[in-house]
Design a protein around this ligand. Structure first.
Ligand code: BG6
Length: 369
């Protein structure tokens, strides 16, 4: 079942090109337009949406963070992302024009299910993005967009995460198509870029040995920090979560811009800091700002491990170690940038002799509130 891998997690990390490809499969017509037939929410409702609220827990919530950047940019609809258990116990402002998107691998997470019920009671439409066919959350939602990652066994989510992000992109592009906020040729271009992602993920996997070697050498580190901006921020949060979950190491993800507002006080001689560098080809100041952040932590003694695009030479002088990922448009880059972090966590946990697939105190699907 593990296909020769040491753990289900490693197998599932390697399943990721297929998980993304399968989630994209069959969702365009002969003209290249997106068709999401399964969205049984009437088109008129989807056209009139004035707010999206994503609810989820854990890794699934980080896929929602990525969705916010993409959907707001492509559709100009405000997107809020909230942990399902927080959403459930406050008094959220929902109307018939609110689309709630519930993201869950298992489709059984009780916190998310309770939030779905809460949203529907207030009159919002709920779209579930779920991996497990026939599970409870899609049954209780207005519509479901399935991720096609296949069964995920390891408690720490990997391929389901990439499939969730992919499904969120499809939703965003579909809404942009429906609402006319992007021209057809622009949409086709983004879709085309998205379709290139499975091969790019495979390319990152082909270079995994270098990541594993670094992870083994760092197995006794007591703490790691992760920094990112824009879509690199949820990637940083996810990288930290993976290390906590399976390697039991203190790890924290921060928005890189927040460094000077507190976290930089944690940086001391030898502190390992992962930094997710955005594409230097992006239009804005993003890359430049992150390079400054790398310099700032390096100047205070940090050991910097930088995830950077191939050809990005600006990071090299400040990076102790660079993990390269293929050139990818910024909004789609989490699909490649998170992969070295998953491999790193898996290898480090293994080097510590831990059970990578069944971490202590955690369950694959938490069916209690
Ligand atoms: C946690 C799992 O308990 O639940 C995480 O350990 C997962 O891996 C989270 O991301 C949410 O689960 P689901 O099934 O709703 O995606």
């Amino acid at each position: 079942v593990k296909d020769g891998f040491d753990s289900f997690m490693d197998k599932e990390i390697h399943d990721q090109p297929k998980a993304v490809a399968d989630t994209l499969l069959g969702r365009t017509d002969a003209t290249g337009a997106l068709v999401l037939d399964e969205l049984r929410i009437p088109e008129s409702t989807l056209r009139s949406i004035d707010k999206i609220i994503v609810i989820a827990c854990g890794t699934a919530a980080y896929s929602g963070h990525v969705a916010k950047y993409a959907i707001e940019h492509w559709c100009r609809i405000p997107v809020e992302v909230e942990l399902a258990h927080e959403f459930r116990y406050r008094d959220p402002i929902l109307t018939a024009r609110t689309l709630v998107v519930a993201i869950s691998q298992s489709g059984e997470t009780m916190d998310t299910l309770m939030a779905v019920r809460h949203a529907r009671e207030q009159g919002a439409s709920v779209l579930a993005i779920v991996n497990t066919n026939g599970s409870t959350i899609p049954r209780e939602s207005d519509a479901v967009l399935y991720t096609h990652a296949g069964p995920e066994v390891a408690v720490a989510s990997t391929k389901a995460f990439l499939a969730q992000i992919t499904a969120c992109y499809l939703l965003g592009l579909y809404l942009a198509q429906l609402r006319g906020t992007k021209f057809a040729d622009e949409l086709r271009e983004i879709l085309h870029e998205l379709q290139a992602l499975p091969d790019k993920i495979q390319h990152v996997l082909d270079g995994e040995a270098a990541v594993r070697e670094v992870a083994q050498a760092m197995k006794d580190e007591p703490s790691f920090l992760f920094l990112g901006r824009h879509v690199g921020y949820p990637v940083a949060l996810e990288g930290a979560l993976k290390l906590k979950e399976i390697a039991y190491i203190h790890a924290e993800g921060f928005a890189a811009g927040e460094l000077k507002h507190g976290p930089i006080a944690l940086v001391d001689e030898g502190q390992p800091v992962f930094v997710i560098a955005p594409s230097p080809r992006g239009r804005d100041q993003l890359h430049h700002k992150v390079v400054s952040n790398i310099q700032e932590v390096r100047a205070r003694g940090a050991r910097t491990l930088v995830i950077a695009e191939e050809g990005d030479e600006a990071v090299a002088p400040y990076a102790d170690i660079v993990f390269r990922v293929p050139q990818t448009p910024t909004l789609l880059s989490p699909l490649v940038a998170v992969v070295p972090l998953q491999i790193f966590a898996s290898e480090l946990a293994k080097a510590k002799g831990l059970d990578v697939d069944q971490p202590r105190n955690l369950a694959k699907s938490v069916t209690v509130e």
